[in-house]
Design a protein around this ligand. Structure first.
Ligand code: KG4
Ligand code: ZN
Length: 356
């Protein structure tokens, strides 16, 4: 089964062709990602209107590049998968309209994919992982803990009550005068800093649920930075190190709590798997801490390669393949969804209206 996948929900214009073999193994034939970082950098964050216009300008070319690299024609495909939500509505509309046009002209099935589901299923493409597993999704737009039980079957164990983790990294970088996207910058400066100089809070550590909160931590860094102006390189490094240490410790505590809930859910099922996805999975301090946590709790840790953790078309194509095998296709009238929770039954987390 050969599937073309399109991703335009945020600031990457991406297309890929993925094969799903009869036995369920995945293989990536092409994976083309155009990042819009340069367009958004002057504004210190993603500007939705600029993102939508850039998708219009580049989507066709990126799709052609992915088809060319895979050495296929549209007629060779078995289906088209496209991110239909959640995300920035302008970008979603561009991707969805492009995918619908290709599907209509070539009479191919369309799979309208949930972006979060695409992240959630990536470990099955890269590692052939079996259900169930515990997923930590940490990106610029989302921070969630999910019990992944099957295609279309998710239980949300935790979500952020305010900022996503990547967003907190980006905002912290911005307030310290570091360029966008800030996550890698904060990590780089943190490596040179003293994480114990500023005792920043560990939000929600020890609480009963498995939710996250990062806006208070970011504000604590902002308050500290204000008292230091003008900031020296050492101040910046120490703030980055302090922020990263606090964020990591908070995440580890929340994942630890979710592991308990997950174990109650799956009972004696072995082995136990923890999967990390999303752009922040590239953070080495977090990855190291998660490895220690997983080992101490008897979980296997799976981290897909960085290029497949950040937004890409291959994860969308793969999610489409998983859906097509189950007969889960969508009509050409499928509408883009700015909000689209994976677990519609999840009780509202206090204050989480925007990100959940
Ligand atoms: O998944 P992604 O590429 O895009 C979405 O947000 O969907 O994630 C991008 C986020 C940004 O907030 C970026 O700053 C963060 O991931 N990020 C990192 C690192 N690399 C990327 N955060 C911390 N440390 C990193 N090394
Ligand atoms: Zn994403």
């Amino acid at each position: 089964m050969k599937i073309l996948g399109l991703e335009t929900s945020c600031d990457e214009t991406a297309a890929a062709v993925v094969i799903r073999e009869g036995g369920g193994q995945g293989r990536i034939l092409s994976n083309v990602v155009l990042s819009q970082d340069e367009e958004h950098r002057p504004y210190g964050g993603v500007v939705p209107e600029i993102a939508a216009r850039a998708h219009v300008a580049h989507a066709d070319r990126i799709v052609s590049a992915a088809m060319e690299e895979a050495d296929l024609k549209f007629a060779d495909l078995d289906g088209i998968a496209v991110t239909a939500g959640p995300g920035l509505i302008g970008g979603l509309l561009v991707g969805l309209t492009t995918a619908k046009a290709i599907a209509a002209v070539h009479d191919l099935p369309l799979m309208a994919v949930n972006h979060l589901e695409a992240h959630a299923l990536t470990a099955r493409l890269t590692h052939g992982l079996e259900f169930p597993y515990l997923l930590l999704l940490v990106s610029g737009g989302h921070t969630q803990l999910l019990s992944v039980r099957g295609v279309g079957d998710y239980r949300r164990l935790g979500t952020t009550l305010d900022d996503a983790l990547g967003e907190a990294f980006d905002k912290t970088a911005k307030l310290l005068g570091l360029p966008f996207p800030g996550g890698p910058q904060v990590e780089r400066h943190a490596a040179l800093g003293d994480g114990s100089r500023f005792p920043f809070p560990r939000p929600l550590k020890g609480s009963d649920h498995a939710h996250f909160s990062f806006s208070g931590l970011k504000t604590a860094v902002a308050r500290t930075a204000e008292t230091l102006v003008p900031l020296t390189d050492k101040d910046i490094a120490d703030c980055c190190a302090g922020f990263q240490a606090a964020a990591t410790e908070a995440v580890i505590d929340r994942v630890g709590r979710a592991m308990e809930v997950f174990e109650e859910e799956i009972g004696q099922t072995r082995p136990r798997h923890l999967v990390v996805a999303g752009g922040v999975a590239a953070n080495q301090a977090l990855a190291r801490a998660l490895a220690v946590l997983a080992a101490s709790r008897g979980f296997d840790l799976t981290v897909p390669p960085a290029a497949l953790c950040t937004d890409n078309g291959a994860m969308v194509a793969w999610a489409g393949a998983e859906r097509l095998v189950l007969g889960l296709t969508d009509g050409l009238d499928f509408a883009a969804r700015a909000r689209w929770p994976l677990d519609a039954e999840a009780p509202a987390a206090g204050g989480a209206g925007v990100k959940a």
